[in-house]
Design a protein around this ligand. Structure first.
Ligand SMILES: [Fe+2]
Length: 265
């Protein structure tokens, strides 16, 4: 089994700037340290977008500093809060869409760029013909393997009117390709959500920092709540993918207890 650590929506700000009173850089650094301590055997880290809050060079440089001593390979993706120019200036890489394929044993992870630079609402995602062609080609090449697609925006509603208004606008295009892959992993909503829709299994992961409230009447797109920060652990199994989520800001349990007897194990 290979483990992959997944962070999403880390929203790094410039020093001194907080989001609902939380310091995103401190939270990400805390989560990264926790993940590296408890999952040192992981093969890689993927961060599925909203690397920064405003897409500034200062924010990307701050992220680069936090990652400088990370012993694992780190793969960065973009979200609606990111800006391509600042990202490329600090992290390099070819111009154009930030999407790539990672292979681990029998597993293929397809990291798909859903950021829309021209979104009329500034935050929804879109899959243009170029990206869909890339996805189709990758799915074709990965035929017979266990395929997971990771992207920032979900392609479908989750029941929050505000966040549903800024999903992938043509998400049907991704769902329609669902028989070509086995699992979808998203961020964007800042909440742990999982399910099965249109024949596709999906999981959305929390931010290490600020979360979305569980409010099915919320028409806002930026409502946030200070619930525990988290990261995901993908376990790439021989027959499929298991998605774990770890709330790393909860108090450490010094002793693991036996829940049946109430005694220490
Ligand atoms: Fe976000």
């Amino acid at each position: 089994m290979d483990k992959i650590l997944v962070f999403t929506d880390i929203h790094i700000t410039k020093p001194g700037q907080t989001i609902i009173g939380l310091d995103p850089a401190a939270r990400f650094a805390q989560g990264l340290a926790h993940a590296l301590h408890h999952h040192a055997d992981a093969k890689a880290i993927i961060i599925t977008g909203d690397l920064t809050h405003y897409g500034s060079r200062t924010e990307y440089r701050r992220l680069k500093d936090i990652l400088a001593d990370c012993p694992l390979p780190v793969h960065l993706m973009l979200g609606n809060h990111d800006r391509r120019a600042g990202f490329h200036e600090v992290f390099g890489g070819p111009e154009g869409f930030v999407q790539f394929r990672l292979d681990f044993g029998e597993h293929t992870l397809l990291c798909l760029d859903t950021k829309d630079d021209d979104a009329p609402d500034h935050h929804s995602g879109y899959l243009c013909a170029t990206r869909l062609t890339w996805l189709d080609q990758q799915i074709k090449e990965a035929k017979g393997r266990i395929v997971t697609v990771l992207c920032h925006h979900p392609p479908h509603d989750v029941g929050f009117p505000g966040m549903d208004s800024i999903k992938i606008r043509n998400g049907r295009a991704l769902l329609a390709r669902g028989n070509g892959f086995d699992q979808l992993i998203c961020g964007h909503v800042h909440r742990t959500i999982m399910g099965h829709i249109d024949g596709l299994s999906f999981a959305m992961l929390k931010s290490p920092c600020h979360q979305a409230p569980l409010d099915f009447d919320d028409t806002e797109t930026a409502s946030s709540i200070d619930e525990p920060g988290a990261y995901g652990v993908l376990c790439l199994m021989p027959k499929g993918v298991v998605v774990h989520t770890e709330d790393f800001t909860l108090p450490d349990q010094a002793t693991i207890l036996d829940g049946a007897s109430g005694t220490s194990s």
